[in-house]
Design a protein around this ligand. Structure first.
Ligand code: ATP
Ligand code: MG
Length: 209
């Protein structure tokens, strides 16, 4: 069982989207997947409730919530799954430590904005203290813009490995989320699904899945 924690202090950077994307893609590939919502906002839980309306079995994904301090126990309980993805709230404090500690891989989404980049150092520091070097994923990118190019270059200077895959701003992610799905399920042939598949390849490669 492998644990992936998705963390970033900056709200709206794509933590929940980059939990749902790889979770649904890995499930589609036949891996047994569980997701844990640590965020009291409960966006991932709402996504999952919509998913249950489509399929009472959860479409191949197991869902639970946990408290910040109970997350290690909750994750380790899931012995019969291959991958557990933990979505976290938009803040960094000591509450985040257990989720980082538990992680075999930490994913830090960074939107193409300077503000997100500044906010990122906090979570990278915290991850480093737990001995983790996160995978930084550029999200909501607009290819060809100067800002995206600049942020992409700046990612290389962080205490993280920049993901090769860049996730563009695409409405398919939001639409899929609203329908309790991942882009790979809702718009299989589209570019959003292709990007998530490449990210899932990177993640699977790192975890040896
Ligand atoms: N690549 C993308 N393309 C289009 N929309 C996106 C993308 N990534 C995220 N969004 C949208 O941006 C909003 C914020 O994304 P999301 O909820 O994943 O961020 P978050 O980091 O989990 O937010 P919070 O910090 O509030 O938990 C959502 O409406 C989501 O649909
Ligand atoms: Mg979220």
């Amino acid at each position: 069982m492998h644990v992936i924690t998705i963390a970033q202090q900056k709200g709206g950077s794509g933590k929940t989207t980059l939990t749902v994307g790889p979770a649904t893609e890995l499930a589609r590939r036949g891996h047994r997947v569980a997701v844990i919502d640590l965020d009291p906002q409960g966006s991932l839980g709402q996504w999952f409730m919509r998913r249950l309306e489509r399929d009472p079995e959860g479409g191949g994904i197991d869902f639970s919530t946990a408290s910040a301090w109970g997350v290690g126990y909750e994750a380790r309980k899931k012995r019969d799954v291959d991958v557990v993805l933990i979505d976290t709230p938009p803040k960094i404090d000591s509450d985040l430590k257990p989720a980082l500690r538990e992680a075999d891989l930490v994913i830090v989404p960074v939107t193409a904005s300077e503000v997100d980049l500044w906010a990122t150092e906090g979570v990278l520091d915290l991850a480093a203290r737990e001995g983790k070097r996160p995978l930084a994923v550029l999200n909501r990118a607009r290819e060809g813009t100067k800002l995206t190019t600049a942020i992409k270059a700046a990612l290389a200077g962080l205490a993280a490995d920049p993901a090769e895959t860049v996730i563009a701003q695409r409405v398919a992610h939001a639409e899929a989320m609203g329908a309790g799905q991942g882009a790979c399920e809702r718009a299989r042939a589209g570019p959003a699904a292709a990007e998530i598949a490449r990210l899932a390849d990177e993640v699977a490669g790192r975890l040896g899945l």
